[in-house]
Design a protein around this ligand. Structure first.
Ligand SMILES: [Zn+2]
Length: 201
């Protein structure tokens, strides 16, 4: 099992939305970026329904995108973010690792992730950065086996449960144009539409 973690050291340079970031590229060298906060697309933005494309090569642009995604996720206090949520339809997700402890924050970055098997059932409350202030209980698999690739284009594989398993299912759904509200019962779905779309106006 192998997981690549993106290590970021951040220090603010006066502006709220730009940071200097040092990114371990996973390629044996460090890249320094002006990191930017990206605009998170909010439901019902049609881009959220697009099926994202596979990442065939990791370029400097990809690494910059990942650094910005991590920064954007953290700034919005999210637990995960899929690239199409910031309007870029490629198969990359970033997640806060559950194992994260202490001040040295690390994020999990996976390209082309796929759930290869799943088991059990778990009902838990979910939110989504594309649905501000909306939370609802969603039934998911309790345990998932996810395969994908690291930023080095090496195989990534993880078997996880609980919150992290839920986060993987939620983010991989995004890459397929599926949103967490799609998992709600018809009654809850119509309540959501009435409540959420009304409050957006
Ligand atoms: Zn989401």
């Amino acid at each position: 099992m192998y997981s690549l973690e993106l290590r970021l050291s951040l220090s603010c340079y006066g502006s709220q939305s730009f940071f200097k970031g040092i990114v371990d590229s996973g390629l044996g060298f460090h890249l320094q970026y002006d990191m930017a906060l990206l605009e998170i697309r909010v439901y019902p933005d049609p881009v959220l329904r697009n099926v994202a494309e596979e990442i065939s090569e990791v370029t400097d642009e990809t690494l910059k995108l990942v650094a910005d995604m991590v920064e954007t996720m953290r700034s919005a206090r999210g637990a995960g973010l899929a690239a199409n949520q910031i309007g870029i339809p490629v198969r990359i997700i970033v997640l806060e690792s559950e194992a994260e402890k202490g001040p040295a924050k690390e994020a999990l970055v996976v390209c082309n992730p796929v759930v290869v098997s799943q088991e059990g059932e778990d009902v838990g409350e979910e939110g989504c950065l594309s649905f501000p202030k909306f939370y609802e209980f969603v039934k998911r698999s309790n345990k998932v086996h996810v395969k994908g690739e690291t930023l080095k284009k090496e195989p990534f594989e993880i078997i996880c449960e609980g919150h992290l398993a839920r986060a993987f299912q939620h983010e991989i759904d995004h890459l397929n144009g599926i949103l967490f509200v799609d998992h709600l019962s018809p009654v809850k779905k119509s309540l959501f539409k009435k409540k959420y779309l009304k409050s957006e106006k």
